[in-house]
Design a binder for this molecule. Structure first.
Ligand SMILES: C[S@@+](CC[C@H](N)C(=O)[O-])C[C@H]1O[C@@H](n2cnc3c(N)ncnc32)[C@H](O)[C@@H]1O
Length: 388
């Protein structure tokens, strides 16, 4: 019987070496925006082991968290996109990678004129624990027996509860570039729960990673080179998307899936993808007499809450769904229909969701007594020649 690979050890060893010397086998060509690379030291750009560019989806002023930040390239790009009013946090478990990233921080800050990036030591599947703090604790309090182990456990529990490295609901965008595949299969669910935990309501995850077109056999998963090389820990395409769904995200989309595989191993094709997913569908539903109209082009669509929207129909929705449907990624697909008379939130009744079956006639949104006659003003448009 073959023993299971210690995936974390394989990853730690491979990337400690790859932080010191560029490993071309780990590089997947990516088209970054050249204007942001000018201020980044060459050794960081050379030790680029990403497979996509999630920083393209980041905006000014946001708080960004980069999982598995490596040499720091995505953090240094994001730092320029979010600007001085934004913040960027990189998390990596590897000391050598962290040295590379932290070693470039001052020079990038000097060139851009502000400092808004920090790098933390941690495992991305457990971001409550600050491993720099753990190092310090253990230096001062080595574990030598059961009693000292108990004291360490109390220290970790307290950190988790009172001063987590990345607090709950604290981040606008979680990005990651070619890292999730490296986390052991037994901890991947925990990893998605962590991404969900740290995001603010309304925040999003933008994850570039490698996916496979077929299931990866166990023999390949036990190969340390293939695992640490971002191959055999890859999710199968459909599983990657459903992992976000299971963790509670909505609006999950895959704007990028490479046409050509990055690598093919034993006939299985591995490609780079970028997935975006949103947090914020949880919580109660209230009636505000609002509706949305799905514009098409499909006859009907179903969202991640299970509502069905028929093309062109005024579908009754609760306040939460109304807000979701009028934000990205849905906004261009829906027309928002607000009631003529708003319901004060304190008077709003719980909404009984019909899953999209209930329609909202205009008589409800306009009000039953609505009998207005509104004709175009004589001088409203005809002078300009664009009459309707
Ligand atoms: C393929 S490299 C990608 C680095 C970087 N994102 C880039 O674009 O160049 C993977 C990085 O993730 C880190 N890593 C892998 N598994 C990790 C984990 N469970 N927790 C924290 N960091 C991890 C590795 O140390 C390494 O720096």
């Amino acid at each position: 019987m073959s023993t299971k690979l210690d995936t974390e050890q394989a990853v730690r060893e491979r990337y400690a070496a790859a932080a010191q010397e560029c490993e071309p086998q780990l590089c997947c060509p990516v088209d970054y925006d050249a204007q942001y690379l000018k201020v980044i030291p060459d050794e960081v750009i050379q030790r680029d082991y990403g497979c996509g560019d999630p920083s393209k989806y980041v905006r000014e002023g946001e708080t960004v968290l980069d999982l598995g930040s490596g040499g720091g390239k995505i953090c240094f790009i994001a730092s320029q996109v979010v600007g001085p009013s934004g913040t960027v946090i990189g998390v990596d478990m590897n000391d050598t990678m962290l040295d590379l990233a932290r070693g470039s921080q001052a020079s990038v800050a000097d060139k851009i004129g502000y400092s808004n990036v920090r790098f933390c030591k941690g495992r991305i599947q457990d971001m409550a624990i600050d491993r720099d703090a753990v190092d310090e604790y253990l230096k001062a309090n080595p574990i030598t027996d059961e009693a000292s182990l108990q004291r360490y456990e109390a220290f970790a529990t307290q950190m988790r509860r009172e001063s987590p490295m990345i607090p709950d609901n604290s981040v606008d965008v979680v990005v990651s570039n070619c890292v999730l595949n490296l986390v052991d299969a037994s901890e991947k669910e925990k990893l998605f729960a962590e991404i969900f935990r740290v995001l603010k309501r309304g925040g999003r995850a933008v994850i570039s990673d490698i996916v496979s077109d077929e299931e990866v056999p166990v023999s390949m998963q036990n190969d340390p080179e293939l695992w640490s090389g971002c191959i055999s820990g890859a999710f199968q395409e459909c599983d990657f998307l459903s992992a976000f769904d299971r963790a509670g995200f909505y609006g999950i989309e895959m704007p990028i899936l490479q046409d050509e595989p990055w690598q093919t191993v034993e006939g299985i094709e591995f490609r780079s993808t970028t997935v975006i997913a949103y947090k914020g569908k949880e919580g109660p539903c209230f009636e505000h007499n609002e509706a949305v109209i799905y514009r098409g082009p499909f006859r009907s669509v179903t969202d991640d809450m299970g509502h069905v929207f028929d093309r062109g129909e005024r579908t009754a929705v609760c306040r939460k769904t109304f807000e979701i449907m009028t934000r990205e990624p849905y906004t261009q697909h829906f027309v928002a229909v607000e009631p003529r008379e708003r319901i004060d939130p304190k008077d709003a009744k719980p909404f009984t969701c019909s899953g999209g079956v209930e329609k909202r006639p205009p008589k409800i949104t306009k009000g039953r007594g609505y009998k207005a006659n509104i004709l175009p003003q004589a001088d409203s448009c005809c002078d300009s020649g664009d009459c309707c």
